[in-house]
Design a protein. Sequence first.
Length: 446
Amino acid sequence: MSSPETAPSQATQFIPVREDKPHEKRRWGRLRDFYDQLGPGLITGAADDDPSGISTYSVAGAQFGYAPLWTALFSFPLMAAVQLMCARLGLVTGRGLAGVIRRMYPRWVLIGACSLLVAANLINIAADLAGMGEAAAMVTGIRAYFWTPVFAIFILSMLFWASYRAVARIFKWLTLFLFSYIVTALVVHPSWWQILRATLVPHIELSSAYLSVFVGILGTTISPYLFFWQAAQEVEEERLLGHHTVRSRQKASTSYGLDHARNDVVIGMFFSNLVMFFIILTTGATLHVAGVLQIDTAQQAAEALRPMAGKAAYVLFTLGLVGTGVLGVPVLAGSCAYAIAEGAGWKASLHYKPARARAFYSVIAFSLLLGLALNYVHLSAVAMLFWSAVVNGVLAPPLVVLVLLLTNNPKVMGEHVNPPLMKWLGWTCAAAMTLAAIGMFVTAGS
């Protein structure tokens, strides 16, 4: 049975943000306010460019140059549509994705969906921690085996004893270091005609290497954990506004709220794909041109920033990788916890203290520790980062279909079922990811 939700403690009540008068705001203040007002959509988009994403885009650019650039244009509307479905689902139903699945489908569907999520997330957590550890080792000279447990313990402590919202806000700003790829692209003076052509004219190779990269790109942009996280965070936002029960959240669902979610999600996904585009562009213009077609270490990936940052390239790369990792790993562990807790009917909220949601926080701790343990199987960090994205790409299509079925159902969404364009984009996403995964397996070994 589902546990009744109770109001959060006074420490977690929503505190209105002081609004400055327009004439007192400077341009930087307005930008900061705009950035702060963006909610789950931007956090989800920023978390999507985690170490696995950075590594996958770097591998793509190094191996194939500008050829994969079209995938940024292709994946943006598909990613935005799927994430918007998840956001609307959370807003309209007042529940997370797993909570809705539990009420609408047989238990085996819930178990299957959560199993796909957990399998993908554990590999992703391990890969992200490995990438963060190797990046830190590159700058400090201290082995990655020391850094990975340090990062895991720090993230676990942050989630248990600090405000995730406050810490994530700091690291959300750290992700802006990823814009260094845009600056580098301008510094190296690439052929913009070739870039435009590669962006607008899809280049597809029926080879295992190319299709693996394509599946990895789709898997790291359209990832299962983002579906569960997006819906859960919309519910969390409603809790902050004082809607502590499912019924009150359902009543609070308005066209204005759905429009705000749409803007938030579209901006977040645009940011995510913009970063993706320029990482592929920069690594293509630097590493691929220099003949570095295979990336095996963090140092090789960081070399893409050398034309702009010089000797500081490693530091800049490390800040970006660690910043996105500390933002992304809690999202991975948190989405596991939301899915399992909602599916089991437990209390599930990062705004609760651990004592009020013991099972929820236990799943977070277990996910992080198991992901940490996977780091000691002696695999290349870059390889783990890349193949974790491929695993996401293989496991995502069934979950995309599940999200589509739920958000197309009037019994779930009422009058807010998916509009025709969103349905079309959703089914296109599921079909494209399925065909790419099949193609990868068919061409394997060729």
